[in-house]
Ligand binder design. Structure first.
Ligand SMILES: [Ca+2]
Ligand SMILES: [Ca+2]
Ligand SMILES: [Ca+2]
Ligand SMILES: [Ca+2]
Length: 303
């Protein structure tokens, strides 16, 4: 009972919007999976069978396109730098990337990585364009193809680690980071402030890092499939926020769906093809979109 009251109390804090506003630091913090550049993450899915991506644009209208193969890994990000997320895939069998330009729906492809690599595109050089990136678990090596030119090859992590890239120190540059499931360790190589490590979550938790508190710094966060509880490690003071949202069988799809600069807890429920969005600005939105077997695009980098 005591535990229940504790959780209820923190939900109230969360829903009341008691978080500080995002830092006014001049850095553009774009919402992920924002296909129409209105600052809001869009409800969107990939349907592997027919290789269709369906996007419910928060600015209005639906978009559907056939692109990729059923066995491709989701890798959507803003590679072209126009503020709109580009539908993109990584093909493990060949190490190829395929990007559908948001500007004109033309596509380009290139080879970067090899079978077994895990795609983790993000903007490491802070030029507004996502950089093709893979983490190679077998050797613990990161390969980053910078959009501004040049490559980064660096060792960070060991076999079995999972990439959990985000901007944890709010300098506008994505940070190399891994989660080690067996021990629940997170190791973050912050681009401006050095390496930091946390122990947070259990091996079965799903990684849902993002800026839930609105200070511009991504918060270490996990979603527990067995109970549907979200655990967020606040970047401000490393205190923990926990609240239930979703249930077993759901797929977490974190992002900023209401565009207030704070991540929202979101799950896609395949059994009923329904999205549940706990808006950080307050209120819950329930939207039917997709069908069983679909993969939420905003869940592309949930590990
Ligand atoms: Ca870049
Ligand atoms: Ca950073
Ligand atoms: Ca934060
Ligand atoms: Ca939000």
């Amino acid at each position: 009972m005591k535990n229940y009251i504790y959780i209820a109390a923190i939900i109230l804090t969360y829903a009341a919007g008691g978080m500080p506003a995002r830092a006014d630091d001049g850095i553009v913090h774009r919402s992920p999976f924002d296909f129409d550049a209105d600052g809001k993450t869009d409800i969107s899915i990939y349907r592997p069978g027919p290789s269709e991506s369906w996007i419910a644009k928060s600015g209005g209208g639906n978009f559907v396109t056939q692109f990729g193969l059923p066995t491709d890994k989701l890798a959507s990000a803003d590679f072209t730098g126009d503020g709109k997320t580009d539908i993109a895939f990584f093909r493990p069998s060949t190490g190829q990337w395929f990007v559908l330009r948001s500007e004109d729906s033309s596509f380009f492809g290139f080879t970067f990585g090899t079978n077994g690599d895990i795609p983790a595109p993000a903007d490491f050089d802070a030029d507004g364009k996502a950089d093709a990136t893979v983490f190679r678990p077998s050797t613990g090596t990161w390969f980053i193809q910078k959009s501004s030119g040049g490559f980064v090859i660096t060792h960070f992590g060991i076999d079995g680690d999972q990439p959990v890239v985000a901007d944890y120190d709010a300098d506008g540059r994505a940070d190399i980071a891994i989660r080690r499931p067996a021990s629940g360790e997170w190791w973050i190589d912050r681009s401006s402030s050095g390496v930091i490590a946390y122990r947070f979550g259990s091996s079965l938790d799903k990684t849902v890092q993002g800026d839930y508190t609105g200070d511009g710094k991504a918060d270490v966060a996990v979603w527990r499939p067995s109970t549907g509880i979200w655990f967020i490690l606040r970047s401000e003071d490393a205190s923990m926020l926990a609240f239930p949202f979703g249930q077993f069988g759901d797929a977490p799809a974190p992002g900023d769906y209401d565009g207030d600069g704070r991540f929202d807890a979101v799950v896609f429920r395949p059994s009923s093809s329904t999205w549940f969005i706990a808006k950080s600005g307050g209120g819950t939105t329930i939207v039917p979109f997709g069908s069983a077997g679909d993969q939420p695009l905003p869940g592309a980098f949930v590990r």
